[in-house]
Write a protein that binds this ligand. Sequence first.
Ligand code: CMC
Length: 440
Amino acid sequence: MQDAIAYPEYQTMAAETLTIVDNRTGKKYELPIANGTIKALDLRQIKVSDDDFGLMTYDPAFMNTALCKSKVTFIDGDKGILRYRGYPIEQLAEKSNFLETAYLILYGELPTKSQYDEWVHNITTHTLIHENIKKLMDGFHYDAHPMGMIISTVAALSTFYTDAKHIHDPQSRRKQTFRLIGKMPTLAAFAFRHSLGRPYVYPDNNLGYTENFMSMLWKMTEPEYTANPVFAKALDVLFILHADHEQNCSANAMRGIGSSFVDPYSAIAGAAAALYGPLHGGANEAVLHMLDEVGSVANVPAFIKSVKEGNGRLMGFGHRVYKNYDPRAKVIKQLADEVFDVTGRNPKLDIALELERIALSDEYFIKRKLYPNVDFYSGLIYQAMGFPVEMFPVLFSIPRTAGWIAQWEEMLTDEEQKIARPRQVYLGYDTRDYVAMSKR
Ligand code: CMC
């Protein structure tokens, strides 16, 4: 298995500069432009006053700040392009499988046959979890949200694998990678079985990654679980589509937490917590609730009107980066047809299609470039396959673990990275004296 790949070097010599003239002092500053950016630290030399610390940029929500240089995932939001390590998402969804794509994301190249076999073996032999983790799962209430269970149990894994704190040791990082990618489906399936009060099903090494996950979810008393091939393929493609998405909220959490050099299990727990929110990985759950609220195709125009009036959002629409149709949503829409051929049509699909039709021709959505994102149709497929809505973010977290680890690895091996520590614009009180309680 390869450790590092040779890439063309980033452009380090600035071919161009940006000239800033400070009108107050008449001073001129030449800031190098490299890779389409100026360095925020170069602004420090510009002082607003003599005792000023130096000019900062103010960028809530990182709307225009590149946090890192990355070679993992490329998105062109205007054109609706998504590529992992240069490979278009459409080609990977059609031709690859999740474990091969995870390898690509993590190690930068598609594996050779022997690299692939070794990789699959390493993942397959790291799927079991310690029996005490099972007991920890048992401690959750019967209606505990499975995402809360995942976040807690993945954090708990750090107490079982204390070697994981050796984050500067590539061999240790590799071992934790096998464990994390191997065990996430097991944790997810156990959380699901717990909610149903069913006995846990242990991993079956004879099955592929997705089929084994399905076996742990749905196997009853049969000696060996046989996965429906259409569902297994659909789940695998959904895993490919969700494997990474460059610097989103949870990847940023992974990098931020990881930058303190904590072990990867603790960092993944933080990233998974970021994913849990309804504006990120919880969005497909919110889409299903929204479709229930809309209730019927006839109610769609009234619902769109109410969204436009500022009463809530059209969930599964809009994206910070995509100002075009999310390429993942296109693949998922096709996938939905294949799954519905087996399960019968999800009646909510008609409501979703009508919402999309009206929204895409409505001035409000056109002006703001709001298109369906990955979550608009994925929930419908998951529901048709028998997943409760609470499992949706869990299903997102399984493949995204590969992306989180790739982002973490890249952050750790990037000499320019340090502990994440943003600045602030302090607008609170100046110093004032303590007032006794009797005088307030
Ligand atoms: N429905 C209605 N209006 C919207 C929506 C929406 N889904 N999304 C954005 N807008 C409006 C928003 O009100 C604002 O209008 P105005 O300029 O009049 O104030 C404008 O569009 C820009 O919105 P924003 O909140 O500044 O955009 P953002 O880049 O900060 O937010 C987003 C991106 C994904 C959080 C947002 O579009 C949203 O809340 N969508 C619904 C939740 C959702 O589907 N999330 C899944 C994201 S994809 C999966 C993932 O990456 O995890």
